[in-house]
Design a protein around this ligand. Structure first.
Ligand code: NAD
Ligand code: UDP
Length: 335
């Protein structure tokens, strides 16, 4: 198939493109480069030994999307373009609703006009909100506790309504847990601007001595060691989940939401210890106050993905830390 990846030069998009090519698909990248760099495309060429077409554009530009879908004879779209900072989403809610929700509507209009009706959407575990029970399965109530999560939930509702109105659409919303790690080549990975908000890139910067110390946000939660627990998933496992989703859409109609996680929770201290093992030295840290809005613990029931997509995450926490560190060292050399 020929797959358009919106947000294709971003962290998850670039890895997903590589997984899709490895699975025998052709890909076209579409991105406005608001949170990524065009240089990543060269790295993707090196990894895949293929020239990957790139269109610089905004998903709010319906006309350019339509032209791209037609020109490249696109069969399916993986829609990853979006803004993803929980913190910024509460400061700039209109930007977030416009970019994420209106951006998706623009994409759906372009797809409808071009007759492209297979879509995989990047949703998030943040749609669930305060856990009523764990692990979260796909039937867990959805009451997101931040604007970012509400943009994802609204998009899911738009997608469900669309499929209800026209059964020729085939759409999967993949609810990602905590993607970390990098491609094994160390050529592409997560490269946040400024001081990272998320744990793994922060730890990597402390390991590289770019930041002096890790602040662990709370050690008094009701978790196994008092620190927050999350379902960290290797970005290449996540990427392969998308190709499994595309395969599913070939034979199945309708709309479904599916968790992409490992089904296991690791604490902040587990992750730090794993990274120290890779590094061969200590990561300096201090216990700081809890971060506002943090949930103590959540993780996925990943059984539906296994049942429907025949997909399971198999890479370890050590592999997540190892590939993060290879990428970090490579990027330091290159900078
Ligand atoms: P990312 O910021 O690295 O990638 C998103 C890409 O989309 C960027 O390259 C950015 O330039 C592009 N983009 C943003 N708005 C655009 C627009 N209007 N038009 C065109 N391109 C635009 O983020 P990521 O981590 O790769 O996330 C990809 C998707 O997965 C996002 O939708 C995000 O919300 C979702 N997601 C991410 C995580 C995570 O922890 N990384 C977790 C759950 C869901
Ligand atoms: N965390 C931390 N220090 C940091 C960043 C994160 O202790 O500098 C903790 C955070 O409180 C949470 C876990 O690490 O328990 C994962 O946080 P992240 O922001 O990576 O993911 P999210 O909270 O969005 O799931």
């Amino acid at each position: 198939m020929i797959i358009l990846l919106t947000g294709g030069t971003g962290y998850i998009g670039s890895h997903t493109a590589i997984a899709a090519i490895a699975a025998g698909h052709q890909v076209v990248l579409y991105d406005n480069l608001s949170n990524s760099h065009a240089q990543v495309i060269e790295k993707m060429h090196t990894i895949t030994h293929q020239k990957i077409p790139f269109v610089q554009g905004d998903v709010l530009n319906t006309e350019l999307l339509y032209k791209t879908l037609v020109e490249y004879k696109i069969d399916a779209v993986i829609h990853l373009a979006g803004l993803k900072s929980v913190k910024d989403s509460s400061e700039y809610p209109i930007n977030y609703y416009h970019n994420n929700v209106s951006g998706t509507i623009s994409l759906l209009q372009a797809m409808s006009r071009a007759g492209v009706k297979k879509l995989v959407f990047s949703s998030s575990a943040t749609v669930y909100g305060e856990p009523q029970y764990l692990p979260y399965d796909e039937n867990h109530p959805t009451t997101p506790i931040n604007v970012y999560g509400r943009t994802k939930l609204q998009i899911e509702e738009v997608l469900r309504d669309l499929v209800d109105s026209d059964s020729t659409w085939r759409i999967l919303a993949l609810r990602y847990f905590n993607p970390v790690g990098a491609h094994a080549s160390g050529l592409i990975g997560e490269n946040p601007q400024g001081i990272p908000n998320n744990l793994m890139p922060y730890v990597a910067q402390v390991a590289a001595k770019e930041l002096p110390i890790l602040h662990i946000f709370g050690d008094d939660y009701a978790t196994k060691d008092g620190t927050g627990e999350r379902d960290y998933i290797h970005v290449m496992d996540l990427a392969e989940g998308h190709t499994a989703a595309i395969d599913y859409l070939i034979n199945h109609e309708g709309f479904r939401c599916i968790n992409l996680g490992t089904g296991s929770a690791f604490s902040v201290l587990d992750l730090v210890k794993s990274f120290e093992h890779v590094l061969g030295s200590k990561i300096p840290y201090q216990i700081s106050p809890r971060r506002h809005g943090d949930l103590p613990k959540y993780f996925a029931d990943a059984s539906l993905a296994h049942e429907l997509l025949n997909w399971k995450a198999h890479r370890s926490l050590l592999d997540m830390c190892h590939t993060t560190w290879i990428f970090k060292k490579n990027s330091k050399k290159g900078s």
